[in-house]
Write a protein that binds this ligand. Structure first.
Ligand code: CTP
Length: 399
C-alpha cells in the first residue's frame, strides 16, 4: 500500500499517560498513517481537544451527540483500518468487556469489525487486580490485542508494572498486529478449526482434544492482512471474533457441508480442524446402558480435505495440517502428495503438548519442495509463517 495513507483511529483513555499519546500520534504520522483521535471525555482532563486537533489536523469529538448528522461512530468505524487505544485505563477495559457504548470511543469500538489494539497503562495494583486481568483475558479471547505494560518508575514515588511503553515499542507491536502489509486484501480465505464430534448416543461422543486456537490465530492473521475470512468451527468454546464469519458445526459431515458450500468462491482453503476419522455405524436414540457398552461399530468418515482438493481449481491454494510424533518431514510430504495440497504444516506432537496450548512447533512443507522447521513459538507466529507462504503461492498461482 505504499504511497497510500492508512486510516486509523487513536482512542485516548483518561490516564496520565494520555500526554505520551501525543508523541505516539506523531510517530504514527511519520509512518504515513492518517489518524482521527477519539479521546474519552475524562481524558480531556489530561490533554485537551485543542491539542489533539492541532496535532492530528482533524476535528475531535468525544460524544456521539456532536456532529450527529455525520453518524461519526459508524463512519469512523468503517473508514479506519484499525483502532489503537493508548492509554487504555482499567475503567475503559471494563467498559469494553461489557460492550458499553457511553461515549464516542466505545461506540466506535462497538461498531467496528477491524483489528483493535489496546495499550493499558495504570498503577500496578490496578493492573494486577484480578478483575482487570480477567477483563484483559476476555478481551483477548474476543480478538483484541492487549499489550503488556512496561515496568518502571510510575507517576508517583513508586515503581512497578503499569507504565506506558515507549512509542517505538508500541508501534512495533501494533504493526505486527495489524499486519504491516495488506497482502491478502480482498482474498477469500476459508478456514476449518476445532475438532469434530460423532455421537454414540444422546450423551456420549467420539471426539478429540483440538481447541481451535491454531485455526483462530490463522483467521485473525488473515483478517488483519485484509482477507475476507470464513471459519468453520467445530466444538470450540472460543468466542466469535469481529470481522470473521464463524459457522459453528459439530460433526465431520456438517463440517464437510459448510466447507463445500463456501469452497467455490474462496482463494485459499486452510484445513486446520481435527476431523474424526470414523463415526459409529449408528447413533443410539436412547442412552446405552453400561452393561451394553462393550464395543462400538465404526464406519470411516470421508477425508474432507482430499475430497475438496480433488475438485479445487488450479488457482485455489489448499493448505492441510498433520499431527505426527516421528518422521515428520517424510510423513508430511506423503500427506501433501496424497491429498494434493500446496502446503502442509506438520505439527510436532512428539512431546504431546500442542492441544489447547498457545504454542506449536513443526515443519512447513510446500509443493515446490521447500521445507522449513518452525521452532516452538506462538500459534500467532505459526499463522504468520503459513500465510506468508500462502501469499507467495497465490502470486505464483495467479501471476
Ligand atoms: N482431514 C480431513 N478429513 C478427515 C481427516 C483429516 O479433512 N476425515 C484433514 C485434517 O484437517 C488435516 C489433514 O487432513 O488437515 C491431515 O489430518 P491427519 O489426521 O494428520 O491425517 P489423516 O489423513 O487422518 O491420517 P492419519 O490419521 O493416518 O495420520
Amino acid at each position: 500500500m505504499s504511497g497510500t495513507k492508512r486510516e486509523i483511529v487513536l482512542g485516548v483513555g483518561g490516564g496520565i499517560a494520555a500526554y505520551k499519546a501525543c508523541e505516539l500520534l506523531r510517530r504514527l504520522q511519520d509512518l504515513d498513517f492518517s489518524i482521527t483521535v477519539v479521546p474519552t471525555p475524562s481524558s480531556l482532563n489530561f490533554v485537551g481537544a485543542a491539542t489533539w486537533e492541532a496535532l492530528s489536523g482533524r476535528s475531535v469529538s468525544t460524544e456521539v451527540w456532536q456532529d450527529v448528522d455525520k453518524v461519526k461512530h459508524v463512519s469512523l468505524a468503517d473508514q479506519a483500518e484499525a483502532i489503537i487505544i493508548a492509554p487504555t485505563t482499567a475503567d475503559l477495559l471494563a467498559r469494553l468487556v461489557q460492550g458499553r457504548a457511553d461515549d464516542l470511543l466505545t461506540n466506535v469500538v462497538s461498531a467496528s469489525s477491524k483489528p483493535k489494539f489496546l495499550v493499558p497503562a495504570m498503577h500496578p495494583q490496578m493492573w494486577l487486580n484480578p478483575t482487570t486481568q480477567a477483563n484483559v483475558e476476555i478481551l483477548k479471547s474476543r480478538g483484541f490485542a492487549v499489550m503488556q505494560p512496561a515496568t518502571g518508575r510510575l507517576t508517583g514515588e513508586d515503581s512497578g508494572v503499569g507504565r506506558f511503553p515507549e512509542s517505538q515499542q508500541i508501534i512495533a507491536a501494533f504493526l505486527e498486529h495489524i499486519g504491516s502489509t495488506q497482502d491478502l486484501l480482498g482474498k477469500r480465505i476459508l478456514i476449518s478449526a476445532g475438532g469434530t464430534r460423532e455421537a454414540i448416543d444422546p450423551v456420549r461422543y467420539i471426539g478429540n482434544r483440538s481447541s481451535g486456537k491454531q485455526g483462530q490465530a490463522l483467521a485473525i492473521e488473515a483478517r488483519n492482512r485484509g482477507a475476507h475470512v470464513t471459519m468453520v468451527l467445530a466444538n470450540s468454546n472460543i468466542a466469535d471474533v469481529a470481522g470473521i464469519q464463524t459457522l459453528r458445526v459439530e460433526t465431520a459431515a456438517q463440517m464437510h457441508g459448510a466447507l463445500k458450500e463456501n469452497m467455490h468462491d474462496c482463494d485459499v482453503l486452510i484445513m486446520a480442524a481435527a476431523v474424526s476419522d470414523a463415526r459409529p455405524t449408528s447413533v443410539a436414540q436412547e442412552k446405552i446402558k453400561k452393561a451394553d457398552l462393550q464395543s462400538i461399530d465404526l464406519v470411516s468418515n470421508l477425508d474432507i480435505l482430499k475430497d475438496l482438493s480433488a475438485d479445487a481449481k488450479d488457482s485455489q491454494i489448499i493448505v492441510g495440517f498433520a499431527a505426527e510424533t516421528s518422521d515428520l518431514e517424510n510423513l508430511g510430504l506423503a500427506k501433501l502428495k496424497s491429498k494434493k495440497l500446496n502446503l502442509i504444516y506438520v505439527n510436532d506432537v512428539s512431546n504431546g503438548a500442542v492441544f489447547a496450548s498457545d504454542q506449536s512447533a513443526g515443519f512447513l512443507i510446500s509443493d515446490d519442495g521447500q521445507s522449513t522447521y518452525i521452532e516452538q513459538t506462538s500459534k500467532a507466529k505459526v499463522a504468520r509463517n503459513i500465510l506468508d507462504k500462502v501469499v507467495s503461492r497465490l502470486s505464483y498461482a495467479n501471476g
